[in-house]
Design a protein around this ligand. Structure first.
Ligand code: BG6
Length: 496
């Protein structure tokens, strides 16, 4: 697909996300010949840059983070000539006349057809005022070209603020102009969850409570908060990862097949999953949600500071950098099947994966290698790194005995001959440019996911004594999280 002429207007353009993700992704689109002929980027923020200085900064970002880091200078310069910068006080509505003037100028110069995407890569505190000020300049109306607005997560700080924001935005934009981004949905392997399930005849008949013992979803990171202490200390892992990325993965794993692959049909099925999440009781909040925070440690001679020692983090912070939880989905497919999810910073490795644990065969007939007396088939969908699919299945160990060993049937994306895998932002930006909102969240779904996590936020607020377990940086989080998993000898998978 190729987009029509348009401008991408980025608010918060001097920030890290623009530098590391957005501009490198737009450059990738350019290199893949997916940008329209008439195209411009307008970066906006408070910091002072000339067009030249801003382009130089973006050039560095491209050279470090793009998929085409080694592109020829001519190509990079050609791309940079489409980038412009405007410094305004984004909190002052009167200055938005400058945005309008600049867009009118770019529109003439590049024949943009008055098509504009506004991308908010700003602190969420500006999510209400920027749309209002754009509206004030008539920049949200779609008489001539299209107008779309993109919101980075977190969308809201809790259920109430998400609801208020949704309501307010509808004063300035129609729902189908609003794109709430969750970059996990732009990952090839996350999209592949749907393809694996619904393009193959063999998995779906097993994908239910009759055959699945439990489902495990992990998003582990080995990095700490990386200079984002100020944001993170107000967010924590529950808001930063669970409310969005993890619950989105849950919905793709648990949803019913959509009638067709259209945005409406997919959103409808995902929404049914969110609505079926079993509300957490007081007992669940106490026993089935584990939070942790990393403490200092030294690994192979390298010292890792505690979370509380990170810049811009309160010295007595009670913010969680780890969450593990168990919950259920109340529908015919999943009733009584536990879903376990966990995420954390400063864990031993960076890995995101979905593990479907199948029930064992009804009667153990054979001896098994190791201490186990049964074999749990597992289907592992690796989101990253080493994207692929792994099926653990039992095989006879050659010899004059019936001894069973668990072996791997393993597929790696890297085996697909040099297949180009776009960065999630490349994919999602292109979708937004072409008006396809399938992989974006609608307002109702965002509220529904907040509704599920809100009792946890409330519980922690009202019970400061609820444990916040310390775990040494570089370990798999608090041991107590293992006890969440039902079943003798069952634990989380610990991928290396
Ligand atoms: C972001 C979070 O949304 O996702 C970060 O704000 C986190 O804290 C990141 O590091 C993880 O993304 P990925 O693609 O590296 O798993």
């Amino acid at each position: 697909k190729k987009a029509t002429n348009q401008a991408l207007v980025i608010f918060g353009a001097s920030g890290d996300l623009t530098y590391r993700k957005l501009l490198p992704a737009v450059f990738d689109l350019f290199m893949n010949n997916l940008l329209p002929d008439g195209f411009a980027v307008l970066g906006i923020s408070r910091s002072q840059y000339t067009d030249h200085a801003f382009r130089e900064k973006m050039k560095k970002g491209i050279k470090e983070f793009s998929n085409f880091k080694n592109a020829e200078s001519d190509k990079i310069n050609n791309f940079l000539s489409k980038i412009f910068y405007l410094s305004i006080d984004t909190e002052n509505g009167e200055e938005y006349v400058l945005v309008k003037e600049k867009l009118t100028e770019l529109n003439r110069k590049f024949n943009l057809g008055c098509n504009y995407i506004f991308y908010l890569s700003t602190p969420p505190s500006l999510y209400a005022s920027i749309p209002k000020f754009l509206y004030g300049q008539g920049l949200t109306f779609q008489q001539k070209g299209f107008r779309r607005i993109v919101f980075e997560k977190p969308f809201g700080h809790n259920l109430l603020s998400a609801k208020e924001l949704n309501k307010l935005l509808l004063e300035f934009f129609e729902e189908d102009q609003i794109y709430r981004i969750d970059h996990y949905l732009g990952k090839e392997t996350v999209q592949n969850l749907m393809v694996t399930r619904f393009a193959n005849g063999i998995y779906e008949p097993l994908w239910n409570r009759n055959f699945v013992q439990h489902v495990e979803i992990t998003a582990a990171e080995n990095i700490g908060v990386e200079g984002r202490g100020e944001y993170y200390d107000h967010a924590g892992a529950l808001r930063d990862m669970v409310q969005n990325h993890l619950l989105q993965m849950v919905s793709l794993v648990a949803m019913e097949p959509p009638i067709k692959i259209t945005p409406q049909d997919i959103r409808y099925e995902k929404m049914k999953v969110f609505r079926a999440l079993h509300p957490l009781s007081e007992y669940d909040l106490k026993n089935h949600v584990i939070r942790g925070q990393y403490t200092a440690s030294t690994i192979r001679g390298k010292h890792y500071p505690a979370y509380r020692e990170e810049p811009h983090v309160a010295k007595d912070s009670r913010t969680e950098t780890y969450v593990a939880m168990k919950f259920f989905i109340d529908n015919w497919r999943w009733a009584d099947v536990p879903f376990y999810i966990r995420t954390g910073k400063r864990l031993p490795t960076r890995v995101s994966e979905v593990v479907i644990h199948f029930k064992p065969s009804p009667l153990p007939l054979f001896r098994h290698e190791g201490s186990s007396d049964k074999l749990n088939n597992q289907l592992i969908l690796r989101i990253h790194p080493d994207e692929g699919i792994l099926l653990k299945t039992g095989m006879k160990v050659p010899g004059n005995d019936y001894l069973v060993k668990s072996v791997n049937m393993d597929f790696h994306y890297s085996e697909l001959s040099n297949q180009y895998i776009p960065d999630p932002y490349e994919r999602l930006l292109l979708d937004c440019m072409t008006g396809d909102n399938t992989l974006f969240m609608d307002g109702e779904a965002v509220e529904e996911t907040w509704k599920f996590v809100q009792p946890i936020l409330d519980y922690w607020e009202n019970h400061p004594e609820a444990p916040l377990y310390g775990y040494p940086a570089g370990t798999w989080g608090p041991d107590v999280a293992d006890r969440l998993i039902e079943g003798k000898n069952d634990t989380w998978r610990y991928p290396c």
